[in-house]
Design a protein around this ligand. Structure first.
Ligand SMILES: Nc1ncnc2c1ncn2[C@@H]1O[C@H](COP(=O)(O)OP(=O)(O)OP(=O)(O)O)[C@@H](O)[C@H]1O
Length: 333
């Protein structure tokens, strides 16, 4: 009987929040292995974000910052927390919501409704930029041209660049995205699997220039989720490995330049988006998929020989040059 009572007390004690010691624990944080209640989780989560912002000097008073808002959970939380912290701690930052409409009917139109609600709830001005306006193609049209197999490459490459172009239109200093720990761990693994040392070196930086999207990411995601089931800390440990990774000084790194065609950041003569778009416009949509021999002679993911005039050239150079002055990079949480 005494043993049962002890066991009951142990269960009750262990299900109490390790922080307030009053409420029932609602979750176990992989980061600290603590069981904590919902209220304490919100509080430590917001405090930790505030600490990351201040320790890394992420924002300066008077800055204009766009929040990449997809209408999904991560960027919705990001918009909520940033607008709250800006208010509570008086950062003096002017936040905007920036949404990319890829033109995927039945998917993005729903999530854009969420973003429009966020615009009202958080009082943040919203800018929507569409693939149709930027590139002349919706994702639905691209899928018709290329099929389902490789369309992730188009969607990811175009979205990354569309976010930068939207940031440029909003004349913001920074763009923040809601990439979570799973996303970063996937990126570390992907870069290891591809032997992409340059990206591996910079993918865990708190401020970055490039986020690499790819269908291959799905496999890394499943693998990471399997690892997490066995060991919840696995995701954070992969990120830690990426952060502590050191590149030998003898390793030759690609030089970052700008795309000759649109002025976007690129280590090839043409950026990946221009290569993909050129292929689409020439009726050769598979042209930019996978690794291609580049004009520069090296292996890489962009840089085929320039072809006919593309739809992108209408929006290109002027806007991108403006961006490089006004827009300093993205901040991934
Ligand atoms: N269409 C979009 N418009 C604006 N920002 C986007 C868009 N898609 C993605 N992002 C930004 O990139 C981040 C990571 O996107 P990802 O596709 O991995 O979605 P996710 O992890 O499901 O995040 P979310 O829950 O916010 O959709 C998002 O949190 C958001 O900040």
């Amino acid at each position: 009987m005494a043993t049962m009572e002890k066991a009951r007390r142990r269960t009750t004690a262990s299900s109490l929040c390790a922080i307030c010691n009053q409420n029932k624990a609602a979750l176990k944080r992989p980061k600290t292995a603590q069981q904590i209640c919902r209220e304490c989780f919100y509080s430590v989560f917001e405090d930790e974000i505030h600490n990351v912002i201040t320790e890394n000097n992420l924002f300066k008073s008077g800055e204009r910052v766009a929040i990449g808002a997809s209408g999904g959970k991560d960027s919705t939380v990001l918009a909520y927390v940033l607008s709250k912290l800006n208010h509570v701690h008086n950062y003096g930052v002017e936040f905007f919501l920036l949404s990319i409409d890829e033109g995927i009917s039945g998917y993005r139109d729903d999530s854009l409704e969420t973003v429009k609600r966020n615009e009202i709830q958080y009082g943040l001005p919203l800018k929507i930029v569409s693939y149709k306006d930027l590139y002349g193609w919706t994702m639905d049209e691209i899928v018709k041209a290329i099929g389902l197999k490789n369309n992730c490459t188009f969607c990811g490459v175009f979205r990354r660049q569309a976010l930068d172009r939207g940031a440029s239109l909003l004349k913001v200093d920074k763009l923040v995205t809601g990439h979570n720990a799973d996303d970063i761990a996937e990126t570390v693994l992907l870069n290891i699997l591809r032997g992409d040392i340059a990206r591996l070196g910079r993918c865990t930086y708190i401020t970055t220039g490039i986020y690499s999207p790819n269908a291959y990411r799905g496999f890394a995601r499943e693998f990471i989720k399997d690892l997490e089931r066995i060991r919840p800390r696995a995701i954070l440990d992969i990120i830690k490995s990426g952060e502590n990774f050191r590149i030998a000084t003898s390793t030759k790194m690609p030089e970052q330049g700008t795309c000759e065609r649109c002025g976007y950041i690129s280590s090839q003569e043409w950026c990946k988006a221009c290569v993909l778009l050129d292929g689409l416009n020439r009726g050769l949509p598979k042209l930019g998929i996978g690794r291609t021999k580049t004009i520069n002679g090296g292996g890489g993911s962009g840089g085929v020989k320039p072809g006919t005039k593309s739809r992108l050239s209408n929006v290109g150079m002027k806007e991108s040059r403006t961006r490089s002055r006004q827009y300093s990079g993205s901040v991934d949480f």
